[in-house]
Structures are given as C-alpha cells and as structure tokens.
Write a protein that binds this ligand. Structure first.
Ligand code: NAG
Ligand code: NAG
Length: 287
C-alpha cells in the first residue's frame, strides 16, 4: 500500500511534460502592510538570475493595475512575494486567471495578504494567524521526493518567522512539504487550528481558489525566505524555492507545457485566445 503510493508519487513528480515554451512567472510584490524592504529586491535579483537554470523567465511588479485579464494570461504562474495587506482592489481578474488554469506561488508574508478574499485564502491554502518573532528554528522535510523537498537536509535549520496559520491547509487537500518543529523555537501564542505537524510549506495539486467548472492549476506556498541573505546565500533555500517554482509551472494547464491551454507563455505561432471562464465573481469556491 505504502509502496505503491510512493511509486505513484515518484512518477507524478518526474513525469516529463512536452515543453511548448519557456515558462513565464509574474512576481507581484505590492504591500499594503509591513514591507520586507531589503528582502524583496534581493529575492527578485536571485530569481531573475537563477531563472535560466529552471527555464523560467520572471517579470516583477508592485503595481496592482497590471492585474488585467490581458496581462495575466501571459503568465504560467503568479508569484506573490512577501505581499501584505489588501494589495488588489478586487480579486476578479485573479479569480478568472485561476479558473483558466493559472498557477499560484505564495512566499513568506503572502500568507498575510488579501484577507478580504476567500478565493485568495483558498488558493494559498491558509492565512497566517500570527507570527512568532524572527528566530532560528528547525524544519522537517515531510515530502523528500517533491521537487521542493528534494536535496535538502532533514532536519533543516532555518531562520525567520515560523508563522502560525489560521487553518490547516491539509483541510483543502494540501500536502505539507516542510513542518516546523515546535520544540525548537519560542512561541507564546500557538495556533490550535493549523493542524499537526506545524505546516510551513505545502502544495496543492489543484489549487482550491478555482471555481466550479474552472481548470485547476497548481498552488505552492512557503513561509521561508524572510532574510535577503537567505535568498542570496542559502543553497538549500535556493533548491527549495526553485524546486517549488519548477513543480508549479509544470501543472500542464498552462501554455509552457500545453499548447491548448488558455493562459501562459505562448509560442509565436499560437495566440492566447479568450478566457473560457468569464463568470462574475462569487464565493462558490471550497472553503
Ligand atoms: C494570540 O494571537 C491572536 C492572533 O494574532 C491574537 O488575536 C490574540 O490576542 C493573541 N493572544 C495573546 C494572549 O497574545
Ligand atoms: C491542456 O489545456 C486544455 C485546455 O485548457 C485542457 O483541457 C487540458 O486538460 C490540458 N491538458 C493537461 C494535461 O492538463
């Protein structure tokens, strides 16, 4: 039982999809709350620098007015990097992008953004409850075969806020890749609703932000990456984040790997075409 389960996962992670183009990812860094001033530019530099090694091209913006259907449909994934607060005036274009097969990656304080959007909360998997102070802590790698968990050490000593989450991402079908060892850090106000072990990074094969009838892309969230030095110097963290991005863009629901997909970076002969789903926003997503 256990063995065939693992075998199935190994196949799923390593299945090679036919590539139609270089994946394009939009890094979105708007902040309406706390801003990670030094980390954000360092992270963008590292991602743009390492992009060719995973065949991903990154654009970056902190301008919410770029969230139009025409602009979003060029991207295989949206990466919310240390966003905080209500960074989009509304989540309608985001919802349509997800319904059309778009993929999502949330990093660090992206779990403390868009608290007015059930779509966003479902797509990221869980929002933060609070943040213990920045400190060293230890994570266990629960999914060493997942590209974001491969070639890490386990246990792994990291630094940052071991966020507490308001809900258990596993309740939406997420699988936890990294879990914080609670005995390794100070936390006077733990979440009793985030499940155990303490989730720190997870993936959803079908991001739960999609509406019924939509094409579910993938979703990944990691709480790591608080310090600029982590991005610049921590080789294990770089493997983790690049593995997460690689896995996310390989959903098969976007043009980098699927010429008939509705969104994503398309080959010169193709055209992005209209979205299949233009239903107005409603809260019919799973919760
Ligand atoms: C624990 O954290 C929650 C969420 O931030 C907050 O509402 C609550 O007041 C905190 N409780 C204590 C005792 O600090
Ligand atoms: C490719 O995209 C089409 C159109 O969105 C979709 O119906 C199909 O399921 C996708 N293929 C895969 C492997 O996801």
């Amino acid at each position: 039982m256990r063995r065939s389960y693992l075998a199935a996962f190994t196949i799923a992670f390593h299945a090679t999809l036919a590539k139609a183009g270089t994946a394009k990812v939009l890094i979105f860094t708007a902040t309406a709350g706390l801003k990670h001033d030094n980390m954000i530019p360092a992270a963008i530099d590292v991602l743009k620098d390492k992009g060719p090694s995973i065949d991903v091209e990154f654009d970056s913006t902190d301008d919410a007015s770029t969230f139009t259907d025409d602009n979003l449909k060029k991207y295989d994934a949206l990466l919310f990097l240390a966003t905080t607060g209500d960074v989009l005036p509304n989540d309608e274009s985001f919802q349509r992008y997800l319904n059309a097969g778009g993929n999502f990656i949330g990093v660090h304080s992206a779990c403390d953004a868009m608290r007015n959007s059930k779509t966003y909360a479902n797509e990221i998997g869980s929002l933060s409850y609070n943040a213990p102070e920045v400190q060293n802590y230890v994570v266990d790698v629960l999914e060493p075969k997942h590209p974001s968990g491969a070639q890490l050490s386990s246990p792994w000593a990291v630094i940052g806020e071991a966020y507490n989450f308001a809900s258990d991402p596993r309740s939406l079908g997420a699988r936890v890749v990294l879990a914080a060892r609670e005995s390794t850090f100070f936390d006077t106000n733990k979440s009793t609703t985030q499940g155990s072990p303490h989730p720190i990074a997870w993936y959803q094969e079908k991001g739960a932000g999609v509406q019924t009838g939509g094409i579910a892309g993938r979703s990944y969230y990691t709480a790591l990456g608080h310090l600029p030095e982590t991005w610049q110097k921590d080789v294990l963290f770089q493997r983790h984040i690049l593995g997460a991005i690689t896995w996310t863009v390989q959903s098969g629901t976007t043009k980098a790997f699927n010429t008939s997909a509705l969104v994503g970076n398309y080959s010169p002969s193709g055209s992005a075409g209209p979205y299949a789903f233009t239903s107005s926003h409603s809260d019919t997503t799973r919760c």
